[in-house]
Design a binder for this molecule. Structure first.
Ligand SMILES: Cc1cc2nc3c(=O)[nH]c(=O)nc-3n(C[C@H](O)[C@H](O)[C@H](O)COP(=O)(O)OP(=O)(O)OC[C@H]3O[C@@H](n4cnc5c(N)ncnc54)[C@H](O)[C@@H]3O)c2cc1C
Length: 437
């Protein structure tokens, strides 16, 4: 088993700003698919609102302007150079919008699988050899080790590991998704589950698979060189057509009637917060949650001198909520969150979030609670409890793109391509407007 080669990312705004200052959109576009490519590793900070997508978008624009690409005649070139990074930020915004729309529906297949296999034929649990990083496949064992030791994996490693689990081992994607959420510092049910669904084919037109050539190319061959199974019984060593034939059965009909049962994910709209109060409180308590651990938190910005509280949700930590798919949070995730909180003007508690907030508000003589909107349906449930006892004001965070989340004028979310056709020109219009540098 190869040791993890990346140290865990430190939590906190200072670390996030250092990473943001080091981004190189040009190198990113050219190398991002390679394990040693110039990816940003900003995901844990973005996931927890230490940095917002809007801040990262602005940092990309500033990078372009500093190199003269703000000039009208050079903007198209700048757009080509940074287009890939902006596009990836769009993926995050897209998944978040879907989570807001579907709530816990993201834990169910959004569409029938296109693998030709019945959903019930997939194993419900993570295989023990994968969890122990002892499959004997150097690549898979290295990815599993790195996931558990550092809480971060390159996108390509996530895709290979997930594809191996779902298509080679025929494991339900939900088991792998919960394992990822337990360990990933950026563990986010939307980006995670919907990526798993994309490669499983319950939210895409075909399953994602890879072969040894692909893995060697983007990993620089570092795994196969020492793999005991290379050249002997490597399950990835074949042309794509052969792997397709080995792994899948022909799919004759691709609609929801194929397996004689409707899909179990009926999209259900959720309300981000049941009862936000119109009038802001005079002596507020600020509720800081895990999607807004940075200075852009609109509640902290609006009330910089008010008492503020973050509560570690005991149910979530223990793995009894959909936020981690039933797995307890790994220690590394908790360490990362604590490091982020240490740099914020906020008290930290643990327990029943609504009860802790109401007790703190009573102790501080607060006449209401102010927070920022979150996407996790767990937030909406807690917000409803709080709002039943005390006025609650929910402020909107800075958006990645200024379009409604829901209803008239909201982008079409059925596929990323439709969403992006609408959103991309608006994002770049912001760059053109923001002046020449
Ligand atoms: C099976 C699987 C599970 C995943 N689980 C998560 C997860 O729990 N949390 C998470 O944030 N991302 C997840 N991703 C998406 C992606 O792998 C990571 O966001 C990315 O690898 C993080 O590294 P980075 O910050 O260097 O990204 P970069 O490539 O540098 O991209 C910059 C930022 O754009 C966003 N981004 C990039 N790619 C994606 C993507 N495909 N989907 C959504 N946002 C993206 C992230 O916020 C990222 O920090 C998953 C992907 C797969 C295939």
């Amino acid at each position: 088993m190869e040791p993890a080669n990346v140290p865990p990312l430190p939590g906190g705004r200072r670390a996030a700003e250092q990473r943001l200052a080091a981004i190189d959109p040009r190198a990113y576009g050219a190398t991002r698919n390679h394990l040693d490519g110039a990816v940003t590793r900003l995901s844990p900070y973005i996931r927890h609102g230490v940095l917002t997508l809007a801040e990262v978008r602005e940092a990309v624009f500033a990078w372009l302007r500093a190199r003269g690409y703000g000039q009208p005649e050079r903007q198209a070139e700048g757009r080509r150079i940074a287009g890939k990074l902006i596009n990836e930020l769009g993926w995050r915004d897209y998944w978040q919008r879907l989570w807001l729309l579907l709530g816990d529906g993201i834990w169910s297949d959004l569409e029938p699988l296109k693998t030709g296999h019945h959903p019930a034929s997939y194993a419900p649990d993570l295989p023990t050899d994968v969890a122990a990083a002892s499959t004997g496949l150097a690549c898979i064992d290295a990815f599993a080790t790195e996931l558990m030791a550092t809480g971060w994996l390159h996108n390509h490693a996530r895709m290979w590991l997930a594809s191996y689990l779902v298509h080679w081992r025929r494991v339900r994607w939900q088991a792998g998704a919960a394992w990822f959420l337990q360990h990933l510092l950026d563990g986010d049910p939307a980006s995670n589950n919907l990526s798993w669904q994309w490669l499983a084919s319950s939210f895409s037109s075909k399953p994602y698979i890879f072969n040894r050539d692909n893995l060697e190319r983007y990993s620089g061959g570092r795994y196969c060189r020492h793999c005991p199974r290379a050249g002997r019984d490597c399950p990835f060593e074949a042309p794509y057509e052969e792997l397709q034939a080995r792994l899948f059965r022909p799919v004759m009909v691709q609609d929801s009637s194929r397996f004689g049962a409707p899909t179990d994910a009926e999209p259900q709209r959720i309300t981000p917060c049941a009862a936000p109060c119109a009038a802001p409180p005079h002596r507020p308590l600020v509720w800081v949650h895990g999607e807004a651990l940075g200075p852009a938190n609109p509640a902290l910005k609006a009330h910089p001198t008010a008492p503020a509280l973050f509560v570690f949700d005991a149910e979530l930590i223990a793995g009894r909520t959909s936020t981690t798919g039933g797995e307890p949070l790994a220690p590394g995730r908790l360490r990362f969150l604590r490091a982020c909180l240490a740099e914020l003007p906020v008290a930290v508690g643990e327990g029943d979030v609504a009860a802790e907030l109401l007790a703190a508000a009573a102790a501080a003589g607060s006449d209401g609670i102010v927070t920022s909107r979150a996407v996790d349906p767990r937030f909406a449930a807690i917000a409803r409890q709080v709002a039943g006892a005390l006025p609650l004001q929910v402020l909107e965070p800075d958006p990645f793109v200024d379009l409604p989340l829901d209803g008239a004028g909201a982008p079409d979310l059925r596929r990323f391509s439709r969403y992006w056709r609408r959103v991309e020109p608006l994002v770049w219009a912001g760059f053109s407007r923001s002046g020449q540098g």
